[in-house]
Design a protein around this ligand. Structure first.
Ligand SMILES: CC(C)(COP(=O)(O)OP(=O)(O)OC[C@H]1O[C@@H](n2cnc3c(N)ncnc32)[C@H](O)[C@@H]1OP(=O)(O)O)[C@@H](O)C(=O)NCCC(=O)NCCS
Length: 162
């Protein structure tokens, strides 16, 4: 069965929330996706679907650096439990990063599995100089352009409650 990636539509939001609930086993991430959209903080929302259903989702949102909209955050991201470890998540991340680069974005942060995101070029060293609500090996960044800021204070959207 083929799996396709496309931008999420407004009427996908209930399916996306359900998918996040199923992948994380709780409803916090689905609520974050809804709030990001409602607050206008979503930069890009991609879904993967097969012939019958949505099987994956990745959310990208705006992060301010020193008050300017210079970076993007990745998350939440989820793949349907029965479809994990089949490349769906990788396809979503790679497609999203390519689209962001094409749109002129230069820097992407993620707070996530330290043994998953480095395969896409994310590194804790790149994120470390930034003043953020998070630090350590799970807090990573990837530069998409030479013009990307190398340090500064990050402000996350209200949806994350930090
Ligand atoms: C994490 C997640 C999005 C990955 O999507 P996926 O489609 O399963 O991943 P892919 O098939 O593209 O990649 C599979 C690789 O990811 C690794 N992987 C999957 N889940 C992982 C996890 N929780 N921690 C570390 N690595 C993980 C697998 O080991 C596999 O590595 P390999 O190729 O070296 O064997 C998905 O497993 C998921 O939705 N998990 C539950 C929710 C979650 O944790 N979201 C991310 C929060 S940062």
């Amino acid at each position: 069965m083929s799996t396709w990636i496309r931008p999420a539509h407004a009427d996908d939001i209930d399916d996306i929330a359900q998918l996040n609930d199923a992948a994380f086993g709780q409803s916090a991430e689905g609520k974050i996706v809804r709030k990001l959209k409602r607050d206008g903080d979503s930069v890009l929302s991609l879904i993967a679907h097969d012939d019958s259903q949505i099987v994956g989702h990745v959310q990208f949102f705006r992060i301010q650096i020193d008050g300017a909209p210079l970076a993007v955050g990745l998350g939440p991201m989820s793949v349907l439990p029965g479809r994990q470890r089949q490349g769906v998540g990788s396809g979503l991340v790679r497609t999203g990063l390519l689209a962001l680069e094409g749109a002129g974005e230069s820097l992407v942060f993620v707070l996530g599995h330290a043994d998953y995101y480095p395969r896409f070029g994310f590194s804790a060293d790149t994120a470390a100089p930034f003043d953020a609500p998070w630090s350590g090996p799970h807090f990573m960044a990837k530069r998409l352009a030479d013009s990307a800021p190398v340090a500064g204070t990050l402000t996350y959207p209200a949806a994350f409650g930090v």
